[in-house]
Design a protein around this ligand. Sequence first.
Ligand SMILES: C[S@@+](CC[C@H](N)C(=O)[O-])C[C@H]1O[C@@H](n2cnc3c(N)ncnc32)[C@H](O)[C@@H]1O
Ligand code: SF4
Length: 382
Amino acid sequence: MDSLALYIHWPFCLAKCPYCDFNSHVRDRIPQARFRAALRRELAWEAERLGHRRLTSIFFGGGTPSLMEPDTVADLIADAKRLFKPADDLEITLEANPTSVEAAHLTAFREAGVNRVSIGVQSLDPSALQMLGRQHSAAQATAALEMARATFPRISFDLIYARPAQTLEAWRAELRQALDLAADHLSLYQLTIEAGTRFATLHQRGEIVLPDEDTAAELYVATAEEAVRYGLLPYEVSNYAKPGSESRHNLTYWRYGDYAGVGPGAHGRLTLAGDLVATRRHRAPEVWAERVQQHGHGTTEETALHSVERAREMLLMGLRLAEGVDAQRFLARTGMELPEAVDTGILEQAIEEGYIDWNKRTLTATDSGRLRLDALLAALVL
Ligand SMILES: C[S@@+](CC[C@H](N)C(=O)[O-])C[C@H]1O[C@@H](n2cnc3c(N)ncnc32)[C@H](O)[C@@H]1O
Ligand code: SF4
């Protein structure tokens, strides 16, 4: 596991979206210089102990990383390239929100070295954008996409569906409109209600009602049908790509490779002195920055994962992928044979019911298995 993916978290947003439980914060003035220095310092600290490993991807996530000053992005990319051994095809993704301010910075991000953007469109329906509390219009989203297409070799965008009262017909129409915008990658998420969000309160009061399970399943199947018609294949539960355009960075997570997480609340999984170590940074931006200033890093937790934990994590991640989990890699990464990590009775039943395929080399959730993946994993994984 010599290869490494690097995640860098930018924790600030213009406003807090009512559905979102990501580590994102709103400030009157974003302390750009302080956070640039802190991110660079924590990256250097992490690199020091990791050594000169092969770097396959960098992902600027958030929060809203398109609110970073482009020079900060350029500095971090230059640092990472110097501190690690960059792969020839190093993928550098930045999440961008489509407000006009951020769209104006796209060219500067490209010049900084970003070669892939992931745009948070969320919907092309004006009333849905309002319901989701977004700071941009549908027209701004399409304009940002057009601009991104002219600027970056690879683009992706996110949509949220299975929204309250959304019909199958309306979603198909919206998705076709989105697919016409010609990205090479799409992330299509069903709306989930996350604890502690504004939507959680509204949901509890009955003011937000999500589609029932059958409708959600119909929407999911229709989503894959539409994407496939446009040549985007479902390679993960919520992700669709033209062959070869899959997110390399996210594939590292799902294949359970090593990744370093830098910035407030960032997680990592790192091979260090033969152990696989889970790392987590402090979530509160200012506390994290203070700790970095004092100690060089803002780590709050660092735990070596034992075999059973690794096996569990690798299955939870890998079964999201259409390619499934490779038994040899599983043994190498966890020290366990794959069949030892699952409930044998449930496995046999799931194979019989057509939810799982197992050919002794790869364990895969079938299309219908991925449709009910949470329930399947809860029963299957020990
Ligand atoms: C880190 S977040 C947001 C990135 C960027 N700041 C934005 O808003 O576009 C990544 C994606 O997760 C999805 N997401 C966040 N909360 C969600 C929820 N409760 N249900 C479904 N999708 C969600 C959104 O599509 C979002 O673009
Ligand atoms: S969805 Fe994006 S913009 Fe909205 S609060 Fe979450 S991270 Fe920020």
